[in-house]
Design a protein around this ligand. Structure first.
Ligand code: HEM
Length: 458
């Protein structure tokens, strides 16, 4: 919804943080502002569906996508056509049906997570559950995409070094965006020189090498052989009718890294934030446990996913968790080939324009008392007839909407059901600021650290 402004309608800033700071603590500028010399930003929750609708066939803005550092991956494909071509062969692997057929992977990894939680229970030490969530989601996507589970859950430190590395990379996104040439130069350095300059990049190089080997292994399994039942999204991609350059080792490895990053951190972050809020609110915890006890009579045996999705309070907690974790906090910039009309403004073709989920989910008119975790809001019938799910944009909308949405949903439902049905947890050394969105690195990050919620297992 459009809100009143006491700022001029054009505010120029090169930093999203400047705009966030002034918007969060003051009446909003806008509703349409020039956020830096090149980009427009619109703050009007009712316009989201119109901007991102498929029919607009929008490109992404190269000035933004270069922050990913890997131009060949799906999420960084600027051209609408190139994106469509790349997404087509991937999409079937993330359909609801495909995800329902791989639930055994999630369930098997959840058993491993439960085992680790019991270890901490037996030792009486606090568990970095947030890290456990990163290990869980990384294990799931590595198994599903590459048929090669990383088994971070089996590692003593739950793969903390791997997590730190990915976070370090994601935190570089603004640097890469502004100093792309320097990033490319460093990337091109031979391994011995790079590792002499920065020994901590050894793990990054090892992960990339492992990815290249995985792609090579899958290529050998599919090439020249009749279609079989090779597991893994990549086997399917290599069999697809993408043109050969799109199947090159470099692009496949980059796409693999893209899936690993996109498929792990966001879901883990959402799990961490949702877990924090449930544990921090005894009434919410009690209601969730009551409903889960009915839906899951035997604590160790999960019912079908559809039955879990039908548990009203679990649904409400998932929605509210997605709302307060925002998913992607960065502006999703788009470029249209034809002029776009917004209210009385005509946005010329070629001008990058975007919106931000942070402002969608913080809209006080749609989500009153927006800073509070209130699952009930998803169960109440609103007198003004507003359908809240229309305003939940954690996964984006239109043809660039998160491809992993069904997988993420399955992970959220199955994991929260397992955690709150099987375990009695207590927050340990975790404040709201430990998990709450504070910094925008395209993904949302809290103020300090990023290992998420810590718990004592009773
Ligand atoms: C709660 C969890 C998740 C959230 C909130 C989320 C959010 C998003 C959003 C907002 C986008 C659009 C980005 C843009 O427009 O630039 C996106 C894209 C994407 N997401 Fe997710 N995501 C989640 C989980 C996952 C999972 C589990 C995967 C699995 C691999 C995944 C893979 C991707 C990919 C590949 C894209 C690029 C899609 C494209 O450009 O067509 N995400 N995600």
């Amino acid at each position: 919804m459009v809100r009143a402004s006491r700022f001029p309608s054009a505010v120029t800033s090169s930093s999203p943080l400047v705009v966030l700071a002034c918007v969060r603590d003051s009446p909003l500028p806008g509703p349409i502002i020039r956020i830096n010399p090149n980009e427009l930003h619109i703050q009007d929750t009712d316009f989201y569906d119109q901007l991102y609708r498929r029919e607009n066939k929008l490109d992404k803005y190269p000035g933004q996508t270069k922050m990913f550092g890997v131009p060949g991956v799906l999420v960084a494909s600027d051209s609408h056509e190139v994106h469509r071509r790349r997404r087509l062969p991937l999409a079937p692997f993330f359909s609801r049906k495909a995800v329902s057929e791989m639930l055994c992977v999630i369930e098997e990894r959840l058993k491993a997570l439960s085992g680790r939680i019991r270890d901490f229970q037996n030792n009486g030490t606090a568990m970095p559950l947030g890290l456990g969530y990163v290990a869980l989601t990384t294990d799931i996507i590595s198994e599903y995409a590459l048929a090669d589970c990383y088994h971070l859950l089996e590692r003593e430190d739950l793969g903390a070094d791997y997590h730190q590395l990915l976070v370090g990379f994601v935190h570089s996104c603004h640097f890469i965006r502004h100093f792309t040439w320097l990033f490319n130069f460093v990337q091109a350095l031979p391994d011995p020189v790079l590792l002499w300059l920065q020994p901590s990049l050894k793990l990054a190089r090892n992960i990339m090498k492992k990815m290249e080997m995985d792609v090579h292994r899958l290529r050998n399994r599919v090439e020249g052989k009749p279609p079989g039942t090779e597991p893994g999204i990549f086997a399917g991609l290599l069999r697809s009718n993408l043109p050969p350059p799109e199947k090159s080792a470099d692009r496949m490895s980059s796409e693999g890294m893209g899936l690993l990053v996109a498929g792990s951190e966001t879901t883990a972050q959402t799990l961490s934030i949702t877990t924090y809020h449930i544990l921090a609110n005894p009434n919410i915890l009690a209601e969730l446990r009551k409903q889960l006890q009915v839906a899951i009579p035997e604590a160790g045996t999960l019912p079908p996913l559809a039955d879990l999705e039908a548990v009203p309070y679990l649904y409400a907690c998932v929605q509210e968790g997605l709302r307060l974790s925002y998913g992607i906090s960065g502006r999703l910039m788009r470029v249209s080939h034809s002029p776009l009309q917004y209210q009385s403004w005509m946005i010329p073709a070629g001008v990058p324009v975007g919106m931000t989920t942070v402002f969608m989910h913080d809209d006080e008119d749609v989500f009153p008392d927006h800073r509070s975790f209130k699952p009930e809001r998803w169960l109440e019938k609103r007198e003004d007839g507003i359908r809240l799910d229309k305003y939940l944009t954690a996964f984006g909308k239109g043809d660039r909407q998160c491809i992993g949405m069904n997988l993420a949903h399955a992970e959220l439902y199955l994991t929260l059901a397992t955690i709150f049905r099987q375990f009695n947890l207590e927050l340990f050394d975790t404040e709201r600021s430990t998990v709450q969105y504070h910094r925008d690195y395209f993904n949302s990050f809290p103020k300090n650290g990023c290992d998420g919620v810590r718990v004592l297992v009773k």
